[in-house]
Write a protein that binds this ligand. Structure first.
Ligand code: F6R
Length: 608
């Protein structure tokens, strides 16, 4: 939700903190701030809005000091203004926080009664005063932090700087990610590996309940029981080069264009193109051949990838799938047979609702598999089996290449399960693997339609409401198209199963309502044509995304027909995602919205 960084360096750290925050800005961008220790005194600068405002402030009013912490915020408690921006400061310390302190009201009332003065609307300020009170009562920083952690309810990652302690940052995590970075006589703290990538690639990840005292000489980590623990040092592959926009105007566009490559990279991890067979690790803790049900849970776009995979698992492997939005799943108290497979899908691997669903399933005795992009994420670490998507860092807040890589993994897995269960013959497996191997080629061809899509976007940018329709695996894609359009352009959009149109949404159709129909020529194409006729009969404006055969067979008057290449059915959700992404992207560009960082959103939602 928010991004945290901390550095104990050998040179002034303010520019380094800002540099690291730039790579964390995808986590939140309502306000930003840093605090440093200068001759033992805490100094801070904070600014409302994007990081550039903080940079400008520091340009006019720089901060010195070789130890500091920084924060980029996605507001949960209190409006995004300078007062509520982190770091929060008391006479003794400055703190940055990612997450939510659920019992902050109770703590605040108690601290106010003790004479502590609150100036912000944030939950974080309660933590600042809580630790300060212990220090006022004579405790040193380490004891003050460790003693108060058990008072905090909720999920959090924090970093704290103390007045007069040039060589100390204390960090703690519960439920939100936090990494410690090791340098040469320098130490770092960050919400993820990418933030720290220019400084170090040697990291340890704190585990839930850990707190750590970081000094220039190293780190002392304590677990939830207070005992000293070692957390493994890992060499990460996160690279700052990967988070460069290159020649693209936006990260999102760059990430859309990376798809042929990352899809190919991901597919070749799970498919052997030489033998046209699937290849999943042999040493999985569960057997594909014995799966008789899969429970899938995820949020947003990742959920829609799961919804597509339901069709695939049921069609190619005859395995029934229960799928739920994670925020619903976690409270639904769904009965789950011991030893079954629960699958979680997430780009970040940190989404709070998905993580909570994962923990619920773990408690029910399920095997836990995760399709995640960030290998070092909490979800990956809490899974029995990780099916990694090899999309590389996704910085644009709207998910693009992560989705198509999730679909690549899930399609490969459905085929592998089908083969393991004997539902698919060797020949059928071969054919499907061959079909999937063509995804990068078709993705490249879809990208060639960008100019035509730009023209359609010019028209969409003038409307207030849009309807997306699709059937079968392209029904989740209709939902995804609508999600992308609303989050990027703020145009109201709805996705529907085309067959559902006549059960209500058809009432919306008039000459002002564009209806985007995602309809490759498949076995139910004719049904979708009937739905288009229903729209046309009511004066609706049809934008048809289909293939050559579909365009010829539909023989309808449409406002636009975007013609995709003919391709095998299994590929359509992957490849038709691309025009849906480009359409939302260009509509947003026409509207002048902030494409990479749409309002009110954050890349990784680590709060409930
Ligand atoms: C939409 C989007 C979100 C995410 C959702 C889950 O474009 O990006 O809907 O898909 O917040 O995030 P992850 O995949 O990190 O769990």
């Amino acid at each position: 939700m928010c991004g945290i960084v901390g550095i104990i360096g050998k040179q002034p750290v303010a520019p380094l903190l800002v540099d690291a925050l730039k790579r964390l800005e995808y986590r939140g961008y309502d306000s930003a701030g840093i605090a440093t220790l200068d001759a033992g005194l805490i100094k801070r600068r904070r600014a409302e809005g994007k990081l550039i405002n903080l940079e400008n402030l520091l340009g006019n009013d720089p901060l010195s000091g070789n130890t500091g912490i920084g924060h980029t915020r996605w507001a949960t408690h209190g409006v995004p203004n300078e007062t509520n921006a982190h770091p929060h400061q008391t006479e003794k310390l400055a703190i940055v926080h990612n997450g939510i302190i659920e019992n902050f009201r109770e703590l605040r009332d108690e601290l106010i009664a003790d004479g502590y003065n609150f100036v912000t609307e944030t939950d974080t300020e309660a933590v600042a005063h809580l630790i300060t009170r212990s220090m006022d009562n004579g405790l040193d920083p380490r004891s003050a932090v460790s003693q108060n952690l058990e008072r905090l309810e909720g999920a959090f990652a924090i970093g704290i700087l103390f007045k007069g302690e040039e060589n100390l940052i204390i960090a703690a995590r519960r439920g939100a990610p936090l990494a410690i970075g090791y340098g040469e006589g320098e130490m770092y703290l960050g919400s993820d590996a990418i933030a720290l990538s220019p400084f170090t690639n040697v990291l340890s990840y704190l585990e839930d309940g850990d707190w750590a005292a970081i000094t220039s000489g190293g780190v002392e980590i304590h677990d939830v029981s207070g005992g000293r623990v070692q957390r493994e040092k890992q060499v990460t592959v996160a690279s700052s080069v990967m988070v460069d926009k290159g020649n693209y105007r936006h990260f999102m566009l760059k990430e859309i264009y990376e798809q042929p490559e990352v899809i190919s990279h991901t597919l070749s991890h799970y498919l052997d193109f030489a033998t046209s067979s699937t290849r999943f690790p042999k040493e999985l803790p569960f057997d594909f051949a014995n799966l008789d049900r899969i429970a899938i849970s995820a949020c947003g776009t990742a959920y829609l990838a799961g919804l597509v995979s339901k069709y695939w698992f049921e069609r190619y492997a005859r395995v029934p799938v229960d799928i739920d939005i994670a925020s619903e799943f976690r409270y639904r108290e769904m009965p789950l047979a011991k030893g079954g497979l629960s699958l979680f899908i997430s780009q970040s691997g940190e989404t709070a609702d998905t993580l909570a669903a994962l923990r619920y399933c773990r408690a029910q005795g399920q095997h836990i598999g995760s399709v995640v992009n960030v290998r070092e994420s909490t979800m990956a670490r809490e899974s029995d089996a990780i099916f990694q998507t090899l999309a590389g860092p996704e910085i644009g807040v709207a998910s693009t290449k992560a989705l198509t890589c999730q679909l690549s993994v899930l399609a490969s897995m459905a085929v592998a399960v089908g083969r393991a269960k004997g539902v698919l013959s060797g020949q059928q497996e071969e054919k499907l693997v061959h079909n999937l191997s063509e995804a990068p080629k078709f993705a490249n061809q879809a990208l060639k339609l960008e100019q035509e899509i730009q023209k359609i976007a010019g028209d969409l940018a003038k409307v207030k409401h849009v309807l997306y329709l699709g059937r079968d695996t392209n029904y989740p894609l209709a939902l995804e198209g609508a999600l992308k359009l609303k989050e990027l352009s703020y145009i109201h959009a709805e996705g529907y199963a085309a067959g559902e149109l006549k059960h209500g949404p058809i009432a919306l159709i008039d000459e002002d309502m564009p209806v985007i129909v995602i309809a490759p020529h498949d076995k139910i194409f004719d049904k979708t044509v009937s739905n288009m006729q229903e729209v046309a009969a009511r004066g609706g404006r049809i934008i048809l995304i289909t293939d050559r055969t579909g365009a010829a067979k539909a023989s309808m008057d449409t406002e636009h027909t975007l013609i995709m290449p003919d391709m095998p059915d299994i590929l359509t959700p992957l490849i038709y995602s691309i025009p849906a992404q480009l359409l939302a992207y260009h509509t947003a560009v026409f509207m002048g919205t902030d494409v990479d960082q749409p309002r009110n959103l954050a890349k990784s939602v680590t709060v409930e």
